[in-house]
Design a protein around this ligand. Structure first.
Ligand SMILES: Nc1ncnc2c1ncn2[C@@H]1O[C@H](COP(=O)(O)OP(=O)(O)OP(=O)(O)O)[C@@H](O)[C@H]1O
Ligand SMILES: [Mg+2]
Length: 310
């Protein structure tokens, strides 16, 4: 339905999106995940024809959006990363303002506003001023504004950043309603792997301007099928010990996390006893050691050398 072909953008000679090809089939929910500065928002701006690519194309049902930007405007709703609402206007007035852009009649618009307020669960708050809303409620109105013209495709750019868990769950439910009940095609951008795992059939992982992996959860999981993740809890994070662990042949990545020192290692029998021995050598006490199958977060760490939230 929608695809990008070798989409690229450079600012002052620096490639910030580099040959990104992705596609969305009708009715799919697809994740776009990557750390700060990966190029996600820039990709979205080019898909929605707000920004001209340096190279490449965006196609809607085979037709170039770059050559005919008007073909995507009525089909696509975008929830921007930055909230774009008028604080001095009520929720209802904001939606009226955005709806007028699509030239809906007053009557159509009136019923559409009530419908989108229902989807985002804020019908009872519509008369209140946006400036009195919480961050999560503003986000939900921002989502409502993107739905006012009944788009077939919705792109959400990190809609859950910086909001409380309750509002976050509300937003995840909105995405489910749109995709599973209304059949809307969704491109969902996030820093949170667990959100993308819950909501999306497939995902693209972006890093440093490029798509570095894509596929279903199962397909991406197979990237680390011969590896294990080990979490070490130590009484002290001794640099010399961490250095020695890093130097071990089967250790592919190390990362300090809230749970402890995380290692991604190739499966082999000696690794646990090697770690115990090194800890003893450095007089560091091992409080706990936990071996498990790598998660998608671990796949991301292995591919990029970073966690999603650093
Ligand atoms: N108008 C611009 N002029 C120059 N550089 C830009 C411009 N817009 C974006 N960039 C740069 O392009 C890179 C990608 O930015 P982009 O906003 O697409 O990343 P992102 O993946 O959305 O990150 P985040 O998760 O922080 O939102 C960044 O290095 C950014 O500084
Ligand atoms: Mg962004």
């Amino acid at each position: 339905m929608l695809e990008t072909v070798e989409l690229s953008k450079s600012f002052k000679g620096k490639m910030v999106v580099d040959g990104v090809s992705l596609y969305l089939e009708k009715g799919e929910s697809v994740g776009l995940i990557g750390p700060n500065g990966a190029g996600k928002s820039t990709t979205i701006s080019m898909i929605s024809s707000l920004l001209a690519p340096t190279h490449g194309d965006v196609r809607l049902n085979g037709k170039s959006v770059i050559q005919n930007p008007q073909i995507i405007r009525n089909v696509l709703g975008v929830v921007p990363q930055e909230i774009a609402l008028y604080g001095e206007l009520s929720a209802y007035e904001n939606l009226m303002f955005f709806g007028r852009i699509y030239k809906l009649s007053k009557k159509e618009l009136e019923s559409k506003i009530q419908e989108v307020l229902e989807i985002v669960g804020l019908r009872d708050r519509q008369k209140e001023l946006i400036k009195t809303f919480s961050g999560g409620m503003k986000r939900r109105i921002n989502i409502a504004a993107s739905l006012i013209h009944d788009p077939q495709i919705v792109i959400m750019d990190e809609p859950t950043v910086g909001i409380d868990p309750q509002s976050r769950n509300h937003i995840l439910d909105i995405v489910r309603i749109l995709n599973r009940e209304k059949g809307t095609t969704v491109l969902y951008t996030s820093h949170y792997m667990e959100e993308v795992e819950q909501l999306c059939n497939r995902m693209y992982i972006m890093d440093h301007a490029k798509v570095i992996a894509s596929g279903t959860k199962e397909e991406l999981g197979r990237i680390l099928s011969n590896e294990d993740t080990i979490i070490l809890q130590l009484d002290a994070y001794d640099d010399a010990l961490i250095h020695d662990i890093r130097e071990m042949e089967s250790v592919l990545q190390t990362e300090k996390t809230d749970e402890g020192l995380k290692l991604i290692v190739t499966k082999q029998s000696r690794i646990l006893s090697d770690i115990v021995q090194r800890a003893e050598q450095h007089k560091v006490q091992l409080i706990n050691m936990n071996v498990h199958k790598p998660s998608l977060e671990d796949v991301f760490l292995q591919l990029t050398g970073r966690t999603l939230r650093d």
